[in-house]
Design a protein around this ligand. Structure first.
Ligand SMILES: *Cc1c(COP(=O)(O)O)cnc(C)c1O
Length: 233
């Protein structure tokens, strides 16, 4: 067994335990293996171990990887900040965008998707902490944004995503995850047509169990699976 296969098995069992401890169905929580900066061979090892869904945060890095792994029939989610001019590379290539953080980006994805006759599944990234350095929509702007995006047939809203401030103590992230869940519940009450809000993308290597306790349906895990990469992000 490779180290990556062992890591994957351990993450999956921790995810399932966290779900059961929260009284949730383990199948309701899925893993996005974050492969940014991870070389192709390691992605192949994860694929061989049964992981078929990967997340990338930079278009220019992701495109050649997706192409060279084409024969493996993997699924890709985009999880990073996308410049509008890169949106054309997302549509039709990524199954989901977790990180739609502005109305102009949503509109661009909508127009490109309509032109190509596809629908792009998106989550809206919310800046729950209010940190200036973080991308994402302010909670108070979310309802208006959802109302507008719900009119656009090229994008289908599936839920919300957040990245809390980095904190080495996982429990300290908990309040940000619960704020995202409460915000989602409030938006469900508003009952905007043509959108879904069942998905919550939250939790990374350090805090995915806490995120699952708070309702995460997608966790985005890189380092715990692939080990630390030489990275500046
Ligand atoms: C890098 C990254 C992750 C994974 O972080 P790890 O701590 O390595 O698990 C998750 N989400 C986003 C948006 C990222 O950029």
């Amino acid at each position: 067994m490779t180290v990556i296969a062992e890591n994957l098995a351990s993450i999956e069992s921790r995810m399932a335990n966290a779900a059961r401890n929260a009284g949730r169905d383990p199948k309701a929580v899925r893993l996005v293996a974050v492969s940014k900066q991870v070389p192709i061979e390691k992605i192949e090892q994860a694929a061989q171990a049964g992981q078929n869904l990967f997340g990338e945060n930079k278009i220019q890095e992701a495109l050649p990887k997706i192409e060279s792994l084409d024969a493996r029939n993997l699924h890709w989610h985009f999880i990073g900040h996308a410049q509008k001019n890169k949106a054309k590379h997302i549509v039709g290539r990524f199954d989901r965008v977790h990180s739609v953080d502005s109305l102009p980006l949503a509109e661009t994805l909508h127009r490109l998707s309509v032109a190509r006759g596809v629908v792009t599944n998106i989550l809206i990234q919310v800046n729950v902490s209010g940190e200036k350095s973080k991308f994402g929509v302010a909670p108070k702007c979310l309802e208006a944004l959802l109302a507008q995006v719900s009119q656009w047939s090229g994008v289908s809203v599936q839920g919300l995503m957040t990245i809390p401030p980095y904190d080495p103590v996982p429990q300290n992230s908990r309040r940000y995850f619960s704020v995202l869940r409460e915000l989602r519940d409030r938006m469900v009450q508003v009952a905007i047509d043509h959108i879904g809000l069942s998905e919550l993308s939250m939790g990374m290597s350090n805090d995915f169990e806490v995120a699952i306790a708070e309702g995460a349906t997608w966790v985005r895990v890189g380092t715990a699976l692939f080990g630390p990469q030489d990275s500046t992000d």
